[in-house]
Design a protein around this ligand. Structure first.
Ligand code: SAH
Length: 217
C-alpha cells in the first residue's frame, strides 16, 4: 500500500467510522477518493489530517468528517442527482459522485472551477460536472435535485434551492454569520411540497457569497 493509501484508510477508520458514520457506501466512497489530489503540493502531506486545508482563492477544502456528516444527513442513494453549491477543490463532489448517479458542483471562483475540472477528469470521474456560477440561484438546467448540499454558510436557505429540490428531496447547508459558528440545517421537501426543517448542530464554514447569500466585502 502506498503511504497515501495507508493514511486514507486510517482517516476513514479514525475520523469517520469511529465517530459514528457506519454506512459502508459512504465509507467506501471516502476510501476511493485520493484527497491528496485535491490540495496543492505544499499541503499533500497533511491531506489526511483531521481538519480543513487551504485551497486556491483563499478558500478551504472541508474536514473529511464534516463532508461525511453532510453526505450522511442528505441521504444520497445510487439513483440520485445531487447539487453541491461551493464545489471548491472538487473533493466533496468527487466523494458524492462515488455514491450518486450524477453530481453538479457549482463554484463562483473561476480558478477553482478550472482546477476541480482537471482533477476530476484525471481521476476519470465522469458523472460529475463542475459549472461556474452563483450557487444561491441553483442550477435550473439540471433541476430538480434529489439532494442539495451547500459547502459555504448562507444568511438563509435560498428560495431557488428550495424550488429546485425534488419532492422527497433533502437539502443540507450551514446558516449563519461567517465570522461566528453556524447551524447546520437540514430541509426535507415532502411530496406535497411542504418543508420540514431540522438543526443538526454547530459548524464553521466560509461565506456563501451571492444574490441570496452574503455580499462580498
Ligand atoms: N466542497 C469544497 C469546499 C470549498 S469551500 C471542497 O471540497 O473543496 C466553499 C466554496 O464555496 C468556496 O470555493 C467558495 O468560492 C464557494 N462559494 C461561495 N459562495 C458561492 C456561491 N454563491 N456559488 C458558488 N460557490 C460559492
Amino acid at each position: 500500500m502506498s503511504d497515501f493509501a495507508e493514511l486514507r484508510e486510517r482517516m476513514v477508520r479514525r475520523q469517520i467510522e469511529a465517530r459514528g458514520i457506519a454506512d459502508p457506501t459512504i465509507l467506501d466512497a471516502f476510501r476511493e477518493v485520493p484527497r491528496e489530489a485535491f490540495v496543492d503540493e505544499g499541503h499533500r502531506q497533511s491531506a489526511y489530517d483531521d481538519q480543513p486545508l487551504p485551497i486556491e482563492a483563499g478558500q478551504t477544502i472541508s474536514q473529511p468528517y464534516m463532508v461525511a456528516v453532510m453526505i450522511e444527513a442528505v441521504e444520497i442513494s445510487s439513483g440520485d442527482v445531487v447539487l453541491e453549491v461551493g464545489s471548491g477543490s472538487g473533493y466533496a463532489a468527487a466523494v458524492i459522485s462515488r455514491i450518486a448517479r450524477a453530481v453538479i458542483g457549482i463554484e463562483r471562483q473561476h480558478d477553482l472551477v478550472v482546477s476541480a475540472r482537471e482533477r476530476l477528469q484525471c481521476l476519470g470521474y465522469d458523472n460529475v460536472m463542475i459549472v461556474k456560477g452563483d450557487g444561491t440561484r441553483g442550477w435550473p438546467d439540471e433541476a430538480p435535485f434529489d439532494a442539495i448540499l451547500a459547502s459555504a454558510t448562507g444568511s438563509h436557505v435560498p428560495t431557488a434551492l428550495i424550488d429546485q429540490l425534488a419532492p422527497g428531496g433533502r437539502l443540507v447547508m450551514p446558516i449563519g454569520d461567517p465570522a461566528n459558528v453556524q447551524d447546520l440545517i437540514k430541509v426535507v421537501k415532502r411530496g406535497d411540497g411542504s418543508l420540514i426543517e431540522e438543526n443538526l448542530g454547530r459548524v464553521r464554514f466560509v461565506p456563501l457569497i451571492g444574490e441570496e447569500g452574503w455580499r462580498e466585502d
